[in-house]
Design a protein around this ligand. Structure first.
Ligand SMILES: *Cc1c(COP(=O)(O)O)cnc(C)c1O
Length: 353
């Protein structure tokens, strides 16, 4: 603490991201990045932008082209789309623009650990709703919230998907408050709640290019929702930074959305890998939660999670471990390439058998 800090800075409890090691030869399965490169069309679009326009010029403050492209993909208008510098920034604007101090919001007790970080820094009270014993969301406990609701679907780090009809029940019981569904992993799951936007004016869907589009390094996220909600986010952005998304990111993200064939191909590969990895882990005595994401959340019947995490680290394989009850005996493993996952399974066999 410094005497020079504002009250806001003193109050902050910053998020700690998974490590990004500079070391070579590590198998990195700790931050849910895509193991495949982005679409070649993304690289081409960025190169074209570098050659044909000048980085001397500011990018578009309204981001109309990218918003139109994303909107078209979901059958929505650009007025229903907000774009930000990664979905973490979109979420920050949503906390600022759609939630209020003094009106407690609700999110799951086990969830994306950025939510309490935003709540604290923006002084928003919150209630953490315990999960059911099987780690699914206890839907009714999200009804009639005072200040709003936010949860990821599928949830992180549990990987469990909540069907859309259950989301509709949460929306129905929070008519005058905003419900944010953070769909960082939805492309690996059954269906997006984006189809509900015309039906519920209180629904904000947040997505990212970082996971399924293999563009974590480009920093682009977006929100879909009723025009009124989107305007609220734009007010926050324009009170903070007129140009949060740079020229290269704007064209790269647009190309990524447009190359649907490539996107489907890599998504399918990851889901196939997830299937066989789940079976392998089960045969080694792991309980694996039913994943609809690009990671698995798992616990071994006898071998302690923290020891396994450490032992894999010794072998240059990074996974994620959270020392938090009731998940302190679980590990989260990002789905990598088939080759990486074969090496992971081999290493686990050496450690536990
Ligand atoms: C990865 C992730 C994000 C953040 O994504 P960025 O767009 O890279 O900022 C948001 N929410 C959840 C649940 C995530 O897992």
């Amino acid at each position: 603490m410094s005497k020079f800090w504002s009250e806001m800075a003193k109050r902050a409890e910053p998020y700690v991201p998974g490590e990004q090691l500079a070391k070579k030869n590590i198998i990195k399965l700790n931050t849910n990045e895509n193991p495949y490169p982005p679409s070649p069309k993304v690289i081409e679009a960025i190169q074209n932008e570098l050659h044909t326009t000048n980085l001397r010029l500011y990018p578009s403050p309204t981001m109309d082209e990218l918003r139109t492209t994303i909107g078209a993909y979901y059958g929505l208008d650009k007025a229903n789309v907000f774009v930000g510098n990664g979905s973490d920034e979109v979420l920050a604007f949503a906390f600022m623009g759609l939630f209020d101090p003094g009106k407690p919001i609700r999110f799951p007790q086990i969830t994306y650990s950025f939510y309490p970080v935003y709540a604290k820094v923006f002084n928003i009270d919150y209630e953490e709703v315990p999960l059911n014993d099987d780690f699914t969301l206890d839907v009714e406990r999200f009804f009639e919230s005072v200040g709003g609701v936010i949860f990821p679907n599928p949830n992180a780090p549990t990987s469990i998907y909540l069907p859309l009809h259950e989301i509709e029940r949460i929306l129905e019981h929070n008519k005058d408050r905003v419900v944010i569904v953070d769909e960082a992993y939805v492309d690996f799951a059954e269906a997006s709640a984006a189809t509900l936007i015309n039906k519920y004016d209180n629904l904000l869907v947040v997505q990212t290019m970082s996971k399924s589009r293999a563009l974590a390094g480009l920093r682009v996220g977006f929100a879909l929702g009723n025009n009124e909600l989107i305007k609220g986010l734009i007010r926050m952005k324009d009170s903070f930074n007129s140009y949060p998304v740079d020229r290269l990111a704007l064209v790269g993200a647009k190309a990524a959305i447009e190359d649907e064939t490539y996107f489907r191909e890599i998504t399918k590969k990851i889901i196939q890998t997830r299937t066989w990895v789940t079976e392998e882990l089960q045969s080694l005595g792991f309980k694996v939660l039913p994943s609809q994401t690009n990671f698995v959340f798992t616990t071994h019947e006898t071998y302690p999670a923290e020891r396994l995490y450490e032992a894999l680290r010794q072998r240059n394989i990074l996974i994620r471990y959270f020392k938090t009850k009731p998940i302190e005996n679980y590990i989260r493993i990002t789905i990598g390439t088939d080759e990486e996952m074969k090496q992971l399974i081999r290493a686990i066999e050496e450690i536990i058998l």
